[in-house]
Write a new protein. Structure first.
Length: 494
């Protein structure tokens, strides 16, 4: 029997369904994360433009984006809570043994979550009831709260990749925990900034993509131009920065997790003058089929010299490294992420060159078609990044300290498969509901815009300015909506 088959046979029956359940919920939740982390900043940039230029269009966009932010946050609460429970339910060995060391990250994330919930509520409430400057200033902590949540999660994940800040007693249990070292591990900085910039450019491309579709459908008014230009500019600036950060984190993996780097680059034996494979498949005997082979490039990229030694997968025993299949999955995810990032850099350069030469947005339909696809491509790149991170670390859940098989629950595998089916059904409903709500909001806003363009007053609050009194509700409408005897106040509230 082949080595990989031996490893598969030795794995507990619960391992596969537990990993599939965790992978599905994480992949679903991460779709929402870019908007949760970066949309507050993009919204506040638009809000600032509206206040600085006294621009009602910018303020209208900021107000609408804040509503999307709140809806997305509500759904993210559900999917994020499920993930939190799964850590304890699916991986009790991890939490029971190591929770005292890296659990502080989850505590920070929980505090950030509650803070962000309060700040979003205040920001939404303030559109009608606070002075413009006060309202904007109260919104400024929102991006910091979102970044604090990312700080907690990335601290925990980077510790799993490069664990430190503890000693082991005679029974192998962690003691003498140093929380500071457990948070700021060698991989924390590269992972955190790579993640934050990824969220910023992904959210920017996602938001801009909506208005790119509108442009392609003939909606080329200032509302759509501004709605496209601000988030796309933010994303375009972040994209080349992300490319540099991506190179930095790959180099950190090369030095701190050499076996994981070997999996990402499907390097079988330790050697110098190692070629780079663009895609391709690693076989259990160490051969590679398919893909494009570029001689010497892997060594050059790793150490700026063809004589750079790259550690191979066979440098450790088979039970301490990813299988050939896992290495191929991590390699494909890594390569696809790099390809998408490279294409986005070209798109950002296209945008920047047109702006520098003509001081206007590009006019090409192909540019807006590409921009409309950029948001989806960015989400795919984020998914690939997490696949490369998690699959490349196998078989370790805590790198070189605990295997995934040692941490998995003892719950019957059949129960876990049933749970996975239930979660899939529930998540289809949740994300279907989110899409329905967003489409309903879009329809309502579009109707309000059409009514205003036609010179008619629509339903408040969309036809009123973001600050100041609302349009008084007619007495007849007020009586039918809220009952008789309640006269409307100056701001339209009973």
């Amino acid at each position: 029997m082949h080595t990989s088959l031996h490893l598969l046979a030795d794995a507990p029956a619960q391992l596969l369904p537990a990993r599939e359940l965790m992978a599905f919920t994480l992949a679903s939740h991460i779709i929402l994360v870019p908007l949760g982390v970066a949309l507050p900043l993009i919204t506040l940039v638009m809000h600032y433009i509206g206040l600085r230029r006294n621009d009602p269009t910018a303020l209208l966009l900021a107000r609408r984006w804040s509503a999307v932010m709140a809806v997305q946050f509500a759904v993210g609460v559900v999917t994020g809570t499920v993930l939190s429970f799964e850590f304890g339910l699916l991986w009790p060995g991890l939490m029971g043994r190591w929770g005292d060391v890296f659990g502080i990250g989850f505590g920070v994330e929980a505090w950030a979550f509650f803070l962000e919930a309060v700040l979003i509520a205040i920001y939404l409430y303030g559109w009608r009831r606070l002075k413009p400057r006060t309202h904007f200033l109260l919104g400024l902590p929102l991006p910091a709260a979102a970044l604090l949540g990312a700080f907690g999660i990335l601290a925990a994940n980077s510790w799993m990749n490069t664990p430190q800040g503890f000693s082991l007693d005679s029974e192998g249990n962690p003691v003498d925990v140093n929380v500071w070292k457990a948070i700021f591990t060698p991989m924390f900085g590269p992972q955190y900034w790579h993640f934050v910039v990824a969220m910023l450019l992904t959210a920017g491309y996602m938001v801009a993509g909506v208005y790119a579709v509108g442009w392609l459908r003939g909606r080329r008014d200032r509302y759509h131009r501004l709605g496209f230009a601000v988030p796309f500019t933010i994303a375009a600036v972040a994209t080349p920065v992300q490319f540099v950060l991506g190179d930095s984190i790959a180099r950190s993996v090369f030095h701190k997790q050499p076996v994981k780097f070997a999996a990402l680059e499907i390097v079988w034996e330790t050697d110098t003058r190692v070629p780079e494979y663009l895609f391709g498949r690693l076989h259990p005997d160490g051969s590679v089929s398919g893909g494009i082979k570029v001689p010497l490039l892997d060594s050059i990229l790793a150490g700026f010299s063809p004589n750079t030694k790259v550690v191979g997968l066979t440098s450790v025993p088979a039970d301490q490294r990813p299988t050939a299949t896992q290495a191929t999955i991590a390699h494909w995810a890594f390569d696809l992420m790099v390809v998408i990032g490279s294409v986005l850099v070209l798109l950002a350069l296209w945008y920047g060159l047109v702006w520098l030469r003509h001081r206007r947005l590009p006019a090409s339909k192909w540019f807006y078609r590409s921009a409309a696809c950029a948001g989806v491509a960015s989400v795919v790149a984020v998914e690939c990044g997490w696949i490369a991170t998690e699959v490349g670390r196998q078989p370790w859940i805590v790198y070189q300290n605990m295997r995934v098989a040692e941490a998995v629950t003892s719950t019957r595998s059949s129960s876990l498969w049933i749970m996975l089916g239930v979660v899939i059904v529930v998540y289809v409903f949740i994300f279907g509901s989110l899409l329905a709500v967003l489409l309903k909001m879009r329809t309502r806003w579009r109707l309000a815009d059409e009514q205003e363009a036609a010179g008619r007053r629509g339903d408040a609050p969309e036809t009123d300015s973001p600050y100041g009194p609302r349009t008084p509700v007619p007495a007849g409408d007020g009586a039918s909506a809220g009952g008789s005897g309640a006269a409307p106040s100056g701001d339209g509230r009973p």
